[in-house]
Design a binder for this molecule. Sequence first.
Ligand SMILES: *Cc1c(COP(=O)(O)O)cnc(C)c1O
Length: 246
Amino acid sequence: MTGPVGALPAADRREHLAAGLATVRRRIEVACADSGRDPGEVTLVVVTKFFPASDLALLAGLGVADIGENRDQEASAKLAELAAVDPSARASLRVHFIGQLQTNKAASVARYADMVHSLDRDRLGTALAQGAQRAGRVLDVLVQVGLDGAAGRGGVAPEQVPALADRVAAAQGLRLRGLMAVAPLDADPDAAFAALAALGGDLRERHPEASVLSAGMSGDLEAAVRHGATHLRVGSAILGSRPGTR
Ligand SMILES: *Cc1c(COP(=O)(O)O)cnc(C)c1O
């Protein structure tokens, strides 16, 4: 491994992660104060994709309870490695699967994920439900909404949310918990997250338990908090820029 991760001794890496976490937690507190929200109702999901199992161990030691991954192959290997070297760290982490997911990987994800944020089609719901039942688990699921301009980043069209959500809610092995979105690249995140919040309000009229809104990343978490996000997915502001990505 090259670059910033492997180059740092563990103590320095721990300090870097602690500083990033403190900065992000402070940003969340300020954003909550600005909109009169209780920071206790906002879950920080630390997105660890591209970073090694050793970072997960350090994050767990720093009090992180929720981590996010976006590729099955990477996540399953990393979590197995963590379970082998630091079982209590592994046991302390809730795993959020946040990436576009192929149907043939669903059974694998259903074995280790606690919440899947990226359900965007029926066949994936069916595969996740089967995988969860086989694993004797119940999987929390968010329907991913594709907001204008977010083409290629996954998600169902807003008008398809109610029907897909009804089918998730009816599926054995799945528990419908809410909605997820990624703000479109070159658009105003406030407008996107306001649209997501409106869809979430409609959804809760039919499914009161679907109270999760997963929105907001390193660059736009304040806007997400303003619009009622309950889960923020933050990577680079905590871990640094990902090795080998744009
Ligand atoms: C990578 C990723 C994030 C985190 O992005 P940062 O800008 O690094 O905070 C959030 N959500 C999804 C879906 C991602 O793939």
